[in-house]
Design a protein around this ligand. Structure first.
Ligand SMILES: Cc1ncc(COP(=O)(O)O)c(C=O)c1O
Length: 456
């Protein structure tokens, strides 16, 4: 078998097969293009020549409007740790929808939900529910500015924290600090960006700039582990931020309730000052949360003689999201969903790498907990089979440009189309496992990857 290097994207017969197999989706997309920019409602959902339209989902599977079945690795953009339409979540939401979908006031569900989050997340002394992950990081940064009186914060290149102005710099490749259209330079100037995993530079930057009041990061690495961060770096970061009087913000929108019931902070035994959450916290329904030190969160409280951070929000602690969140977090609390998703992640990584080695394909798979990645045109060593949830070898020695730099968009799209033709829906060259994924799913996925690479 010859070594496969650069696959040729978009073989014409593949496009033809795609267009035929997903004919119903093609028709919907023609209509969608007249309504939405690019025809889609989230950038990631765009796929040439058209994306597929999803009809229903159950467990680890989904079906499109043409009746095609897929194994799903979008997992609701990482939010469906129990898999789709878990019976307990469905029942909880059905019951709630009949009682009240918007309390227009306080409700018991928010208390039960808040108690569960507090119980699970080690650093959450107090918390506030918000409408999304983007809102949670917005709140964290504003509260940190108020608390420290310092206008700047530090983030790492390739770390994504939602799409509000101050967190967008260096969220996407290239990570060279180029200006972002629509975001005033004055705003970007208060966001200090350095590459991840460079402790020397971190130490120098935090010590030198007294205007930096906080550090925010995806604790297992940017873009949910594309460039993994390990415990030693987190520990040093905690020590440095404490030393310099800066708040440490863990963005656990993805890792929260996934890598461990209490998120990355539980997995690594590190206590951040603030934790941003969304996705799993609301059981896959819209919602988010900021938890953390009471003295920081209390700036939202009305306190005589002290400034208050205003915080309205029509969908804060929405009863439907609360019902789905409570039903999901009760399962998360057992530790089982995260364990199962991690185990399936390891299995997928190991079997894919075995395939690549056996067939001499220039690809590699790596994981961080239940989040996996594939890299094409790879010729280095691969992670060993016995590695655990988060101690596997990192390709390219963790080089950010190679792991998460600008990608060959044509190859990425061709891979996604090929995987769809082979019965797997994957957001790019990586995805999220859930507790509903089975060994049979993994075997079918490995088979689909083999067939897709052959098609390419
Ligand atoms: C780490 C991280 N933070 C924040 C967000 C933003 O969350 P939302 O899409 O709910 O606004 C995301 C979204 O994927 C994320 O991955």
């Amino acid at each position: 078998m010859p070594t496969m290097t650069a696959p040729t994207p978009a073989a014409p017969d593949m496009l033809e097969r795609y267009t035929t197999k997903f004919a119903g989706s093609r028709r919907r997309f023609e209509e969608a293009k007249t309504i939405f920019p690019d025809g889609v409602t989230h950038d990631l959902r765009l796929l040439e020549p058209f994306p597929i339209y999803i009809d229903r989902q159950k467990g680890s599977h989904k079906w499109d409007i043409d009746g095609n079945e897929f194994i799903d690795y979008w997992s609701g953009h990482g939010s469906m740790i129990l898999g789709h339409s878990h019976p307990d979540v469905v029942t909880a939401v059905q019951k709630q929808v009949e009682r009240s979908t918007h309390a227009g006031g306080c409700h018991e569900g928010e208390i039960e939900w808040g108690k569960l989050v507090k119980h699970l997340v080690p650093s959450a002394e107090k918390l506030r529910f918000v409408g999304s992950g983007t809102e949670s990081t917005l709140m964290a940064i504003r509260l940190a500015r108020m608390y420290t009186g310092r206008p700047k914060f530090l983030k790492f290149g390739g770390h994504f924290h939602g799409w509000h102005d101050s967190v967008m710099p260096a969220a996407y490749a290239p990570y060279d600090g180029s200006p972002i259209p629509g975001i005033p330079n004055d705003v970007s100037a208060s966001t200090v960006v350095i590459p991840p995993n460079n402790l020397d530079l971190l130490e120098k930057t935090l010590a030198a700039d007294k205007d930096i009041g906080a550090v925010i990061l995806e604790p297992t690495g940017g873009h949910w582990g594309a460039v993994p961060i390990r415990g030693a770096f987190l520990k040093a970061l905690r020590e440095l931020t404490t030393k310099h009087g800066q708040l440490l913000i863990f963005d656990e929108v993805i890792t929260g309730f996934r890598v461990a019931p209490g998120g990355a902070q539980e997995a690594y035994g590190i206590k951040p000052d603030l934790t941003t959450m969304a996705k799993i916290v609301a059981g896959g329904l819209p919602g988010g949360c900021l938890g953390g030190r009471a003295d920081v969160l209390d700036q939202i409280s009305t306190r005589p003689g002290k400034p208050k951070m205003k915080h309205p929000g029509t969908y804060n602690a929405n009863p439907l999201s609360a019902a789905a969140g409570v039903a999901t977090l009760k399962h998360v609390a057992t530790g089982e969903p995260g364990r199962q998703a991690n185990a399936m992640g390891r299995l997928l990584r190991n079997r894919l790498n075995a395939l690549f080695a056996k067939q001499d394909l220039a690809w590699v798979a790596y994981i961080d907990f239940s989040m996996f990645r594939l890299i094409p045109n790879y010729h280095g060593p691969r992670p060993g089979v016995a590695a655990g949830d988060n101690d596997g070898m990192i390709p390219y020695d963790g080089d950010m440009e190679k792991l998460d730099g600008p990608r060959d968009a044509k190859l990425g799209a061709a891979f996604r189309r090929g995987m769809l033709l082979n019965g797997v829906d994957i957001p790019g060259t990586g995805g999220w496992l859930s507790a509903a994924h089975t060994e049979a799913d993994i075997d079918r996925t490995v088979d689909a990857v083999a067939k897709t690479i052959e098609m390419l």
